[in-house]
Design a protein around this ligand. Structure first.
Ligand code: PMP
Length: 461
């Protein structure tokens, strides 16, 4: 068999890929007809594909390449760690230096008293840990009936049976018997789609109070925790109305339940603070992290745990753990990534420079006849496509049709933007310069113009 390399013709790579590789969240038969885009290299904020196209990655991979591509320091650390200690576990009374150092660093960076970390390989695994952590916590507290976890419709918390059950994605629940028992979902603070005639502030309060109502309906004695992303990412970059989080905070403070902030996307500088919990002044008992923890250079995630919860969990054996919990190479890479984020003041760059400039440009897109609203916090932004902006009118097509058409126009213009239904999303690497943002904006405008024309011609307005 020939060795497969970057230099093979694209069509050949695509054919082998289609024959053997099952892609995540993909209709593989459909993909096989088109052929997957083959990415061969990346540097900074730019991907190169097998045709030599230079593509601006306004999604930072899957919201994860916070420090940008091509940082040799991380490769060097990984190689050094692989030679010194490529693997050892942290079970059976063992540990190693990368896990120790990363745990200490995370305790230092995390807000409040989140001084403990349980490592995983990504966000889904970490959220599975969280399900077990909160139920175990209440068991040990002598309240074994407190098992139910309240989450939100259209939340994304991962793809394993546990984490996808926490998530509120109908399409996922429809495939494979989810949610698992004792996970329930309340409404999301998505004013644009669901707010009707209410003001955003009224709507935000109403959706926050669904948490209180759900706790009362179930009985506080049955509720273990509430889990939420500070800003829903995969749900469409849903930035809640200003009234939402203060009200949730009030409810959590009055009720004896744990709060889990899923910061897999909002962590490590994305909002212009180290964590989204700082942006919204939240005090989670547990925080899920992954993605930006290593800027995607190595698979690693974890649950950051408060002193209060860790003290209880630590009393007895917690019968949980992954082969790769605290993997030394991944931990060493994450630590180096955090060093770069800190020493290069990348979070300050987001807050003071990149995010304000991106916001200025992004909000200019609101003038486009195709765009119903633009929203942004830090370096995560979305816009709603609409058939008539005066009434937030949907298109004459199933939701997502127009979003998909627009995404394809973006690809055609060498810009990676994602669509969720008929919202377009960006979450670029945090290191974007003003000139990168100008390029993003020019390509976005061109793509929106083209897609709008397509949509008009197809009679979908
Ligand atoms: N939580 C959130 C908020 C996420 O956005 C994601 C991934 N998009 C996950 C959890 C799952 O992480 P992973 O894909 O690393 O399992």
């Amino acid at each position: 068999m020939n060795k497969i390399t970057n230099h093979m013709p694209t069509a050949e790579l695509q054919a082998i890929d289609a024959a053997h590789h099952m892609h995540p969240f993909t209709a593989n038969d459909e993909l096989a007809k088109h052929g997957a885009r083959v990415i061969t290299r990346a540097d900074g904020v730019t991907l190169t594909d097998s045709e030599g196209e230079q593509i601006l990655d306004a999604m930072a991979g899957l919201w994860c390449v916070n420090i940008g591509y091509g940082r040799d320091e991380l490769a060097e650390v990984a190689a050094r760690q692989m030679k010194e200690l490529p693997y050892y576990n942290t079970f059976f009374m063992s540990t190693h230096v990368p896990a120790i150092a990363l745990a200490q660093k995370l305790a230092e960076l995390a807000p409040g008293d989140l001084n403990h970390v349980f490592f995983a390989s990504g966000g889904s695994e970490a959220n599975d840990t969280n399900i077990r952590l909160v139920r175990r916590y209440w068991d040990l507290m002598g309240k074994p009936d407190k098992k139910v976890i309240i989450s939100r419709k259209n939340a994304y918390h991962g793809t394993s049976m546990g984490s996808a059950s926490l998530g509120g994605m109908q399409g996922m629940h429809a495939q494979g018997g989810m949610p698992i028992p004792d996970i329930v979902h309340i409404g999301q603070p998505y004013w644009y789609l669901e707010g009707g005639d209410m003001s955003p502030e009224e709507f935000g309060l109403m959706r926050a109070r669904e948490l209180e109502q759900k706790i009362d309906e179930l009985g506080e004695g049955r509720v273990a925790a509430f889990i939420a992303e500070p800003i829903q990412g995969a749900g469409g970059v849903i930035i809640p109305p200003d009234s939402y989080w203060p009200e949730v905070r009030r409810i959590c403070a009055e009720r004896d339940i744990l709060f889990i902030a899923d910061e897999v996307i909002t962590g490590f500088g994305r909002t212009g603070e180290w964590f989204g919990s700082q942006h919204y002044d939240l005090s989670p008992d547990i925080m899920t992290v992954a993605k930006g923890l290593s800027s995607g250079y190595a698979p690693i995630g974890g649950s950051l745990v408060s002193d209060k919860v860790a003290a209880v969990i630590g009393r007895e054996e917690f019968t949980h753990g992954y082969t790769y919990s605290g993997h030394p190479v991944a931990a060493a890479v994450a630590l180096e990534n955090l060093r770069i984020l800190e020493e290069e003041r990348i979070v300050d760059h987001v807050r003071d420079e990149a995010a304000p400039y991106l916001a200025e440009k992004w909000h200019q897109l609101a003038d486009h006849p195709f765009v119903g609203e633009t929203t942004i916090v830090g370096m995560m932004a979305s816009l709603a496509l609409t058939a008539d902006k005066s009434v937030r009118k949907p298109f004459k097509a199933s939701p997502g049709t127009v979003g998909y058409m627009t995404r394809e126009r973006c690809f055609g213009n060498n810009l990676i933007m994602r669509h969720v239904a008929d919202r377009m999303i960006v979450a670029p690497p945090l290191v974007m310069t003003k000139s990168d943002i100008d390029t993003l904006f020019e390509r976005a405008v061109k793509s929106l113009d083209e897609a709008y024309k397509d949509v008009k011609e197809a009679g979908l307005l």
